[in-house]
Design a protein. Structure first.
Length: 339
């Protein structure tokens, strides 16, 4: 794909749609068959359908629990199920998707064995916030399907550095889509009157350093000593070092990550006594966010190691996750390595 993913910005009565942005990346890509664009369009159609249902959830009686539980052992809210079904359907119908892996599916789902791409997604992240009208979202990543003779040689269990595209939607005061296809990060905002995403934040960059930290302080008693020392440091008074940082925590990864990407600072969900392997999912949350933060000039680790280098062992692996400005993520890492 060419370097300038977005067409040159010329003032126009019509903004740059997501489709035009994707196609501009497509144009000039050697051997581009449009499969990639078709997959991205299937995902964004799914996001627009989920958007409409999330907006009307209160009226549509979609709030509340189905009474089922997902592979994570969490009660599945109706909207989780709906969002998962929508994305599986739009990706199956586009006919170009080899396989999907979802936080809501115990196993990966083979779709079109001749497809070139695999899509991993968390269909509705932050679902515990649905009933209280706090921002929730959809997180996805796209990997290449290595297949020979129609058999998928390599499934979704690929390290994050193999991701070719990733993004997340935030269903908040506006519905936004933050996307990277490997050439920087670009933000789109849905115009609900038109049903189109328009480029609103080209070339998003995560500041080198921020002044906000985001962590669930309610887990303090469960943290290991290095995390507690970092936490005490970031709240200490030291004007010369720009301390203390302000604290923000929504409890919805897409919201906390989006704010951190836009304004800088650090988000951390460390492993703790309750979640010794970490709480967040490697394939559906950490990897796509790690790809996006690195594309925006930020960093993503498990506290010490680069998230995108972690070799997944199983579809529902969990991990500690630290996202944010390079300086802030490196500062956290120094506490984790200190003897
Ligand atoms: P806690 C939401 O359930 C989620 O998976 C992420 O979106 C969010 O960052 C995290 O869990 C919040 O977890 O334990 O702070 O409520």
């Amino acid at each position: 794909m060419n370097d300038s993913i977005s067409p040159p910005h010329t003032p126009s009565v019509v903004g740059t749609t997501l489709e035009a942005h994707i196609l501009s990346g497509q144009r000039g890509a050697p051997g581009a068959t449009g499969e990639f664009s078709s997959i991205l369009n299937a995902i964004t159609l799914g996001v627009r359908i989920i958007h409409s249902r999330v907006r009307a959830a209160g009226l549509a009686g979609m709030l509340g629990y189905t009474g089922d539980t997902n592979v994570q052992g969490e009660e599945v809210q109706k909207l989780d199920e709906f969002a998962n079904d929508v994305l599986c359907t739009t990706l199956e119908r586009c006919g170009r998707c080899a396989m999907v892996a979802s936080e809501e599916l115990e196993q990966a789902k083979v779709m079109n064995e001749s497809g070139k791409y695999i899509v991993c997604f968390d269909p509705l992240d932050g679902s515990s916030n649905i009933d209280v009208n706090i921002s929730i979202g959809t997180i996805f990543s796209i990997l290449r399907a290595q297949s020979a003779g129609g058999r998928l040689l390599e499934g979704a269990l690929q390290p994050g550095h193999k991701i070719v595209a990733a993004g997340y939607a935030v269903y908040g005061s506006a519905t936004t889509l933050t996307l990277s296809t490997g050439y920087g990060v670009h933000g789109f905002t849905l115009d609900p009157a038109v049903g189109e995403f328009f480029l609103s934040h080209p070339n998003l960059k995560c500041p080198e350093r921020g002044n906000t930290y985001s962590i669930n302080e309610g887990n303090h008693v469960r943290w290991e000593e290095p995390v507690r020392k970092w936490n005490a440091w970031i709240k200490s008074e030291d004007k010369a070092k720009g301390l203390p940082y302000g604290h923000r925590y929504v409890g919805s990864l897409v919201a906390d990550a989006h704010r951190t990407l836009m304004k800088g600072g650090i988000f951390a969900y460390p492993a703790d006594k309750k979640s010794p392997g970490g709480k967040l999912r490697l394939l559906y949350e950490a990897n796509p966010m790690g790809f996006l933060f690195e594309q925006a000039g930020g960093a993503a680790t498990n506290g010490i190691d680069r998230i995108l280098d972690i070799e997944p062992k199983a579809l529902h692996d969990r991990t500690a996750l630290v996202l944010g400005s390079k300086q802030d993520v490196n500062g956290y890492r120094e506490f984790m390595l200190a003897k």
